[in-house]
Design a protein around this ligand. Structure first.
Ligand SMILES: [Zn+2]
Length: 105
């Protein structure tokens, strides 16, 4: 695996946790997610975001309903109970990992 591929793998894992985190708080649409993740320095193309949303939905972690906003149909995603549980496991792992990675020598 090349360095770039590995970086992309990390990126996708962080993105999934991030999506679950926000979808557990309130229904969120793809456009809002691109913007929100952009504020954290992630440049996310629709070609990456939408397949990721669909994969999380197929896994049973997200569900969506459609809303019309300014005359446009949009899918709003919310975390399911299984999604919230997966998020809690992810948070525990992230906490443990950051503790080790960022530990002062
Ligand atoms: Zn965020």
């Amino acid at each position: 695996m090349s360095g770039m591929e590995l970086t992309r793998e990390f990126f996708l894992g962080f993105i999934k946790l991030h999506i679950l985190h926000h979808a557990a708080q309130e229904p969120i649409c793809g456009v809002d997610l691109v913007e929100e993740l952009g504020t954290h320095g992630y440049e996310l193309s629709p070609g990456t975001l939408y397949p990721t949303l669909h994969a999380l939905e197929r896994a049973g972690y997200l569900e969506h309903h459609e809303r019309t906003v300014h005359g446009r149909r949009r899918k709003y995603y919310v975390a399911t109970e299984a999604g919230v549980e997966a998020l809690e496991r992810g948070k525990a792992q992230a906490r443990e990992l950051t503790r080790e990675l960022l530990e002062e020598p």
